[in-house]
Design a protein around this ligand. Structure first.
Ligand SMILES: Nc1ncnc2c1ncn2[C@@H]1O[C@H](COP(=O)(O)OP(=O)(O)OP(=O)(O)O)[C@@H](O)[C@H]1O
Ligand code: SF4
Ligand SMILES: [Mg+2]
Length: 322
């Protein structure tokens, strides 16, 4: 498959200082994202999966510049967006949007939907108020909401409808790329599939690319073209979706997949239960960072970090033993 990268993440690092003591000196560092590289193609949905705290949101937030990167590059349209400031950064934000799990975080509860979305258009795009209001109706229709809902406040919607409003707001600036950070995780299963279908329709109609972040592998499988599996700040495996679910290679991915109840038509794999807890990102184990929980860990795993290598076309894995 040929790739046409829209976003090229190269060796991204995001570290957070741990402040301690009376003088709030830096007492250590949380390596939330530790040398992560992958690409997102135009009009592609890349799923990003891994347990809580593995750094998924931090990657997504770094792309839209809500978290400052400690190192590495993120290329978009051939420029490193991590160095953009001022007007150039403001323009970039038109093209790269983010939708969160809790739409309240991006929807001011005191504004009607009409005002919320129109404000984006008047401030960012210089629309007149009447032009902006007209466009709000079109945007609501795009996300499957009746334009008369424009007069409502965020709390007057159901969870699924509110997420549609957040998506309409993200679409207002006609982005090429949207980070969906656990965007369906708080919704009932039936509503989840409606929102996933909406995102898929929008992708087809407007050529949008997504980084779809979720800890739920079944949702990731459903929506993604390719999947990136993260553990403790680092990428363990990366592959096209079907290949990953049919031939998971990394012991961590295999453990995650073995925990999904299989629907009809697919063999239930033997459940692999991981021992212990995820170590702290402030104290990453040496060698393979997964070795403290891996059933196959050997001496080499405890000292030498496995490099990412291509095991099959487009299928990359970081493990000494596959
Ligand atoms: N602003 C911050 N300051 C300090 N540490 C942070 C900050 N944001 C995230 N972290 C830490 O970075 C690590 C990665 O967090 P992140 O939120 O990216 O994980 P996640 O994979 O999105 O988890 P979840 O599935 O729970 O949303 C965690 O150890 C977290 O505690
Ligand atoms: S490198 Fe070793 S510890 Fe890490 S996943 Fe592979 S077998 Fe397990
Ligand atoms: Mg998160």
């Amino acid at each position: 498959m040929t790739h046409d990268p829209l976003i090229d993440i190269q060796d991204l690092q995001v570290h957070f200082p741990i402040k301690g003591g009376l003088l709030r000196r830096t007492a250590g560092v949380v390596k939330a994202v530790d040398h992560v590289s992958f690409q997102i193609d135009k009009n592609e949905t890349v799923g990003l999966v891994g347990e809580s705290g593995c750094g998924k949101s931090t990657v997504g937030r770094a792309i839209v510049r809500l978290n400052e990167a400690t190192g590495g590059k993120i290329l978009y349209q051939d420029q490193d967006i991590l160095s953009l400031r001022g007007e150039a950064l403001r323009k970039l934000r038109h093209n790269l949007q983010i939708v969160f799990q809790d739409p309240y975080s991006s929807l001011n509860p005191r504004y009607t939907v009409k005002r919320l979305i129109a404000e984006v258009l008047t401030v960012q795009k210089g629309y007149s108020t009447s032009e902006a209001y007209k466009r709000v109706g079109e945007l609501l229709e795009r996300v499957g909401l009746n334009p008369i809902y424009a007069e409502r406040y965020p709390h007057e919607f159901s969870g699924g409808q509110r997420q549609r409003v957040a998506i309409a707001k993200a679409l207002a600036l006609e982005p090429e790329f949207i980070v969906c950070d656990e965007a369906v995780s708080a919704l009932d299963v039936s509503i989840q599939s409606q929102i996933i279908n909406l995102l898929t329709d929008l992708k087809e109609k407007y050529g949008i690319a997504y980084l779809f972040i979720s800890h739920a592998l079944n949702v990731i499988e459903h929506i993604s073209d390719r999947v990136v599996v993260m553990y403790l700040g680092s990428v363990m495996e990366l592959s096209e979706t079907e290949e990953l679910f049919l031939h998971p290679l990394h012991p961590y991915t295999r453990a995650l997949i073995s925990a999904i109840p299989m629907l009809s038509g697919r063999e239930q794999r033997e459940r692999i239960v991981l021992k212990g807890d995820v170590p702290s990102a402030a104290n990453v184990p040496p060698g393979c960072r997964f070795h403290t929980r891996c059933p196959y860990a050997c001496d080499r795993c405890r000292t030498e970090q496995p490099a990412m290598r291509q095991a099959a076309p487009g299928h990359y894995v970081a493990c000494h033993q596959v």
